[in-house]
Design a protein around this ligand. Sequence first.
Ligand SMILES: Cc1cc2nc3c(=O)[nH]c(=O)nc-3n(C[C@H](O)[C@H](O)[C@H](O)COP(=O)(O)OP(=O)(O)OC[C@H]3O[C@@H](n4cnc5c(N)ncnc54)[C@H](O)[C@@H]3O)c2cc1C
Length: 459
Amino acid sequence: MEWDAETDILVVGGGGGLVAALAARESGAHVALVEKHDRLGGNTALSSGSVPGAGSRFQRAAGVEDSPDRMVFDVMRQTNGTAPQHLVRALAQESGPLVEWMVDSLDVPLAFVPDLKKVGHSVPRTHGSGGRQGATVVAALEQKAQDNGILVSPGNPVRRLLQDTSGRIAGAVIENAGAEHRIGARKVILACNGFGANKEMLRKYIPEIAEAPYFGHRGNMGEGIAWGLELGARLRDMGAYQGHASVSHPQGALMTWSAIERGGFLVNLDGQRFVDESLGYSGCTTAVRSQREHIAFVIFDQRIHHYLEPKAQDYRDIVAHGGARQGADMEALGAARGLDGRSLADTLACYNSAAGGAATDGDTDLFGRKDFGGAPLCPPFILVKVTAGLFHTQGGLDVDANAQPLRNDGSAIENLYAVGGAAVGVSGADGNKGYCSANGLLAALGLGRIAGRHAGRML
Ligand SMILES: Cc1cc2nc3c(=O)[nH]c(=O)nc-3n(C[C@H](O)[C@H](O)[C@H](O)COP(=O)(O)OP(=O)(O)OC[C@H]3O[C@@H](n4cnc5c(N)ncnc54)[C@H](O)[C@@H]3O)c2cc1C
């Protein structure tokens, strides 16, 4: 075939794909990464930058006992046994070494977050970056990619994949300044995420969230999944997604779920609770969507505020933009924000009583919540108006434990890999319910590392 340029390994997508490229480069291969948009980052840069690392040395240093087996158990429990077990195991095993490699070899500033268990995890397991979180991670990866001689080309969308005469993947067509160029590649890694920005695909595969606001990256149009389908790949868990039940409204900044985990709760405009908040931020998405005007309020107290403020940039942004209202009188505070204040004060009293009794009699809550963090809450209280939406789709190309897409007959498509949102995730088959905190980035970075390593080895 005639090529305009050639490389050993072509990575499509400059979010989590940076990790795939860096892992591939360790084999000595020539690696090129193309990104549709003018800037790298994708959802990875928009994310909170939290990555689970089961059994990492940072966990051990903090005295937390953990292991890949324990993480496999947690994820399978959260997904009612429906997540692809071979991937859950591969990613759980990869997670600790991944975090250590990112810190030691890629200079990504990740640190263990010891004081939170996070949704779906039975022990504190997430490692996060300070500052602008996901953007901090991407900036460090981009720098490393440059240092390591990876050819990084933003503003170059891939339009289609190319096969050789025997049907094997042989490269891709990219578009630049209105012209098409044929790039030859011995391996292609699809790191171009899922279909969160593609309304048509959402209506087809996840109608329950299709009309909700999407808070992820606009570039994620599901092309990787479409190319895979053309090649005869099979899909898995297409109805799975990561939603979020607390995005501040109208600011659109992430209202960290830590406020709930440390003792806060959700109410609607009628000042009433409506869900067991321990379902987690993704699990509560549809419940918030079902409320009047799709609006809810996160209620917590000043102790929680003092905990969050130094830790969460997004929360500081909400405070700076007037999105966190404070007051000692719950009824007046609620009424001032358009809620039924009297009902809200009653709800607080019930909630505090359930939280107060939970330690002695575990079954105190009308909605079934058992873990109330630091509640009962005490004045002054904080109230943040939120809405719910879609962050990331979790279904995609079914892949084996090397991240290679599978055909219907179970055979792997040669020379092709799919990672992150382009591949099936580890959130199982039950819509928004199976998502464990930080498993989106794990699928992007962990599977990216697995794919890059394997592609480099198989050249
Ligand atoms: C607000 C928010 C917070 C989140 N917080 C967390 C968190 O703390 N922890 C966690 O685990 N997960 C989190 N997630 C989910 C996480 O961000 C995603 O699961 C993860 O970033 C997906 O990585 P990816 O590499 O698959 O895709 P992305 O990072 O989105 O990268 C895909 C890239 O591919 C590009 N692309 C698409 N099509 C093409 C094409 N045809 N040609 C070339 N390039 C293309 C896109 O423009 C994009 O830049 C969060 C998501 C959001 C929206």
